[in-house]
Design a protein around this ligand. Sequence first.
Ligand code: PLP
Ligand code: ZN
Length: 414
Amino acid sequence: MSESIVRALKCRECGHEYEIQPTHVCEFCFGPLEVVYDYDKLDGKFTRELIESRPQNMWRYKELLPIDGEPKVGANNGFTPLIKADRLAKALGVKELYIKIDSVCYPTLSFKDRVVSVALSKAVEFGFKTVACASTGNLAGSVAANAAAAGLESYVFIPEDLEQGKVLGAAIFGTNIISIRGQYDDVNRLCSEVAGKYGWAFVNVNVRPFYAEGSKTLGYEVMEQLGWKAPKHVVVPMASGSLCTKIDKSIKEFIQLGLVEDNQTAMYGAQATGCSPITKSVKDDTDMIHPVKANTIAKSLAIGNPADGYYANKVMKESGGYAEDVSDEEIIDAMKLLAETEGIFAETAGGVTLGCAKKLIDSGKIPRDESIVLCITGNGLKTQEAVLNEVAKPRIINASLKEFDVLAAADGVK
Ligand SMILES: Cc1ncc(COP(=O)(O)O)c(C=O)c1O
Ligand SMILES: [Zn+2]
């Protein structure tokens, strides 16, 4: 069973359906297009046993992804550990806590390898030779790496103030890296114009409907790794808000296909206070998203005008979840807490997720006695600037036992 069950692209606003093609906006109402499927076609043949029999990568769920046949790009991507985080649970005062560790996603250490695998596979199917993206950092690295491995030409566009690890993490793959004087929203605007003019596959512009579906695999994995259970509470970092909506979609699909039971999963979104348009809309109990100028160390989440903000807001409200935001100081504290309790070095976005989870728990929005999943989506080695001056410096001595004895005595070691 590997036949695609994709039906069409469907406008999220007016419902008009389009044939599968590289486009993302409805011609009638300018609403965003989404991939829809004929789930009935699976007819009981997409089972837990079939999925478990397949290699441990994101394509074990390929029937629910918008590609034809086998993936053309990123065949080994995805499938990251889900750990039970007992030491962190104790520190937070909660009973049952899990961490999905996409900070070690293959090949570029962020969940973006999931979305890029689908976008580039589809781009190859459509016949594109050049792929591109507007990025807050992680996407650029992932497009560059996966394009290199697939022999595709790539152009990645980033705001000029990104961390060195993000810039190097794209440039090393020999991509064309374009740094724009401005914020992500300026980069994105330019990319819409470039996409129209140059006819490239922009993963988060004209092939966005396909790209976004890749995020569902994070949710599928969590449910399989929980022993085929839907989680109770999920905390997700938000930039455009897409990941939040797609984890929600993954859970609804598994329930519909009878792979898990409905656990009334509540979705919680996390943003940095310095760029929190989606969180603000939830806290203000409105569905209006007011664009902001970003000012935070969580640069990967710094999207001031989030494309999927409205839909993420809806998912959080309808699922009974909520949204939170944290200051830069709280982000750093949370990065250190995660590292010191669980040995996980997450990027600033991970600090946002944990920092917001802590606030949601302390305020009673997430109950202490129900299970919680935190989505850690990027790696700390790419945002070293954030914590460089926040950790102990190495103490330097000569290679002398006498000198070490002095140091150990000062530490009270016997
Ligand atoms: C590490 C990390 N986590 C989360 C996100 C949020 O993604 P989305 O735009 O789907 O909300 C991003 C986006 O760039 C990211 O880089
Ligand atoms: Zn429409």
